[in-house]
Design a protein around this ligand. Structure first.
Ligand code: SF4
Ligand code: URA
Length: 203
């Protein structure tokens, strides 16, 4: 198995194979498969989530479960075609805890996100997006290389990356799914406003 710091993949197919075989952190051995991103090359935007969930782990595709459906709804609402963006994750394997037969999602630890950072860097270099959108704190930290307080840094373009790619931070769709009913409508409207701004891209 190739560690994340190993040979540089020359294509997205190579990246998929290499990430799938990666055991640089303990998650890899437990998941069904690595889930790399999907979308067009050189897109205006790459959206980055946290890690595949149960559905993504089984399907081998990003954002196909409940969080992905909420993202689909938001993008449809904005008239932003899902296939216009490249959708990826900061961590490539699903982390979970078994409860009986159920696989309960567990947030990736910082050391796991760090172990996986090389794959995301390779993916960005191969896909060559013009801008990056971080969905949630794990993605924001992976893309900016520092801890990010999503609520205070959301909604603007941050220019800190050495490769010059601007990063826009907003909530992860799962954060909206976890909110109590009486907070959903406001949070949904703010999230849509964030995504509309992200879609416009910076000058
Ligand atoms: Fe490797 Fe990332 Fe999978 Fe960990 S989660 S084994 S670092 S590909
Ligand atoms: N949550 C994520 O962050 N990514 C997915 O692909 C699915 C759910």
């Amino acid at each position: 198995p190739m560690p994340a710091e190993g040979a540089v993949p020359q294509s997205l197919d190579e990246l998929r194979l290499a990430a799938n075989a990666c055991r640089a952190c303990p998650i890899g051995a437990l998941a069904t498969q690595a889930v790399c991103g999907e979308g067009p090359p050189q897109p205006a935007h790459m959206l980055v989530g946290e890690q595949p969930g149960d559905h993504e782990d089984l399907a081998g595709r990003p954002f196909v479960g409940p969080a992905g459906q909420l993202l689909d709804q938001a993008m449809a609402h904005l008239g932003w075609p899902r296939d216009a963006v490249y959708l990826a994750n900061a961590v490539k394997h699903f982390k979970y805890e078994l409860r009986g037969k159920r696989r309960i999602h567990k947030t990736a630890a910082q050391r796991e996100a760090e172990a996986c950072a090389g794959w995301l860097a390779h993916e960005i270099a191969l896909v060559r997006p013009r801008a990056l959108v971080a969905l949630g704190a794990t993605a924001a930290r992976a893309l900016l290389g520092r801890p990010v307080a999503v609520q205070s840094e959301r909604g603007t373009w941050l220019r800190e990356r050495s490769d010059g790619l601007p990063v826009f931070v907003t909530l992860h769709p799962s954060a909206l799914l976890r909110l109590p009913d009486d907070q959903r409508a406001d949070a949904w409207a703010r999230w849509l406003a964030d995504l509309a701004l992200a879609r416009q891209r910076p000058e």
